[in-house]
Design a protein around this ligand. Structure first.
Ligand SMILES: Cc1cc2nc3c(=O)[nH]c(=O)nc-3n(C[C@H](O)[C@H](O)[C@H](O)COP(=O)(O)OP(=O)(O)OC[C@H]3O[C@@H](n4cnc5c(N)ncnc54)[C@H](O)[C@@H]3O)c2cc1C
Length: 461
């Protein structure tokens, strides 16, 4: 039985890894490298990740799978994250002592009053939060929403009143002041890992190991193979069509697993206009990664620091060598600033020089570095990386999936493939379930049930 897997990101590679021992597996990857969104690359004397990536999971069994996969290359790193709030660096998640000692007494009082009002209102409220804004206002009070959650959302995704509450739940999977206060004294495993793991040579090592395992089991990968469409016979897909070396080719398939963006599928299947219209309304946000070289051994105490304030261009800053000292030479370090945008907007089209200037100025303003310390190093533009959970996205996604679900030997999984704002552990979990489904020759109705569990994933910072 031949399984054609579309995409060599973590999801595609993991499903191929799980199936290659007893299936003929062929991976089609549009690019000439693996890892997808979670890749690494060499630039001068540094190995750089496509944004800071850690290995961690709350999904039962998945962290053990990932650690076993990485073997000796996994290093454990104490997780120290920060957040710059009202100009002050606080530990993340926020600690009670930080609120008292580091923010002004007036601000602490306002936050406390806001929590109190939110707590009292929760006794009378019946309606579940609809928007991201509702979720945080109801859970933590208006002042905390305005100070932290609103600016982060505005910088990352746009108007928080138009974003689904699901986005908020994924990032902060609890509401309620009591739990919030508890988390200030005790570390909550659901919110923050104490340690995380990292492949010492760069995050792409995870994908390299997955691919090596696939090849060991006689699986194949075809690079520079861009899938363009499918051939179907009734309710089954019989072949995948792809562009390779300037020619259209086809490969016969008994089963197809796709991890390419779900939004491109309707056009590939010549879907009816209502399905095409639903897909066109599902949007992804893009990411600019601006890498800044500093001629110092180390800059940050944190692996990453969130920066809520809207006046800063980035929403997070990380330091590559805080993940593994082996990623660059002694005496030098690289800071990575994340700037979310929409492909082809002004930020996306800004020249690199402009981005370096903005980021370096803001790194100085936020006191990460002193004037003159930051040097332009590299800019990476990643087009479709964040599914936008705009209110109404569920109905549109359901429409697209109910169309693709008519093919009994086709499933779409992964971050872009299921429009699921997830991490690599979730990709591996999806791949495990998909491989069980295919190996067990189960009916599609069972897969549709299985898929519901993927809605429960949360992101652990
Ligand atoms: C800044 C940032 C930080 C993150 N931090 C973490 C973290 O700390 N920990 C963590 O676990 N996760 C993290 N993630 C999430 C993680 O990167 C993703 O969940 C994961 O990489 C998604 O993998 P995927 O295989 O589903 O999708 P992708 O990586 O998008 O892979 C899809 C693949 O399909 C290929 N493809 C697309 N279209 C076609 C086509 N037509 N034909 C052939 N191939 C095609 C693409 O080239 C790509 O290789 C982070 C993400 C970002 C952006």
């Amino acid at each position: 039985m031949r399984v054609v897997v579309i995409g060599a990101g973590v999801t595609g590679l993991a499903v191929a890894w799980k199936l290659a021992s007893d299936h003929e597996v062929v991976i089609l990857e549009r690019q000439s490298s693996i890892g997808g969104i979670a890749t690494s690359f060499r630039h001068l004397n540094f190995t750089l990740d496509s944004g800071p990536h850690k290995v961690y999971s709350l999904v039962p069994g998945v962290l053990d799978e990932m650690k076993a996969l990485l073997g000796d290359s996994a290093i454990a790193i104490p997780k120290t994250s920060g957040a710059i709030v009202a100009g002050k660096r606080l530990d993340y998640p926020v600690k009670f002592s930080d609120l008292i000692l580091k923010l002004s007494p007036l601000l602490s009082l306002r936050l406390g009053f806001g929590y109190g009002v939110a707590l009292l209102s929760s006794f009378f409220r019946r309606r579940k939060p609809v928007s991201y804004a509702d979720y945080f206002r109801q859970g933590f009070g208006v002042p905390a929403y305005n100070l932290v959650f609103r600016p982060i959302a505005e910088k990352s995704f746009g108007n928080p009143e138009q974003l689904d509450a699901e986005l908020a739940r994924k990032r902060v999977p609890y509401t309620g002041v009591v739990k919030m206060l508890k988390s200030m004294f005790f570390r909550d495993k659901r919110l923050s890992a104490e340690h995380f793991y990292y492949p010492r040579q760069g995050f792409v090592e995870m994908s390299n190991i997955l691919l090596n395992n696939v090849i060991k089991d006689k699986g194949k990968i075809i690079f520079d193979a861009e899938v363009k469409g499918f051939e179907a016979e009734g309710s089954r897909i019989s072949a995948v069509k792809f562009l390779h070396g300037g020619r259209m080719k086809r490969i016969a398939a008994d089963f197809v697993v796709s991890s390419m963006p779900v939004t491109v599928l309707p056009a590939m299947f010549n879907a009816p206009p209502d399905v095409m219209s639903a897909a066109s309304q599902l949007k992804y946000r893009s990411l600019l990664l601006v890498y800044i070289l500093v001629n110092k051994p180390k800059v940050m105490k944190d692996v990453w620091t969130f920066v809520a304030d809207r006046s800063f261009v980035f929403q997070r800053v990380s330091e590559q060598k805080n993940f593994s000292p082996e990623l660059g030479p002694e005496g030098q370090t690289v800071l990575v600033a994340e700037v979310m945008c929409t492909a082809n907007d002004d930020a996306w089209n800004s020249p690199d020089d402009y981005l370096y200037r903005r980021v370096i100025d803001d790194l100085v303003k936020a006191k990460f570095i002193s004037p003159g310390e930051g040097l332009p190093f590299h800019v990476l533009r990643l087009k479709d990386v964040y599914p936008v959970y705009a209110i109404g996205y569920r109905e549109k996604l359901a429409k697209v999936l109910s169309f693709t679900d008519q093919f009994e030997n086709f499933i779409t999984i992964g971050r872009l493939g299921l429009f699921n704002y997830n991490n690599t552990d979730h990709c591996i979990d999806m791949a495990i379930w998909a491989s069980k489904h295919i190996r067990g020759k189960k009916p599609l109705s069972e897969w549709i049930e299985t898929r519901k569990r993927f809605d429960e994933y949360v992101i652990v910072d």
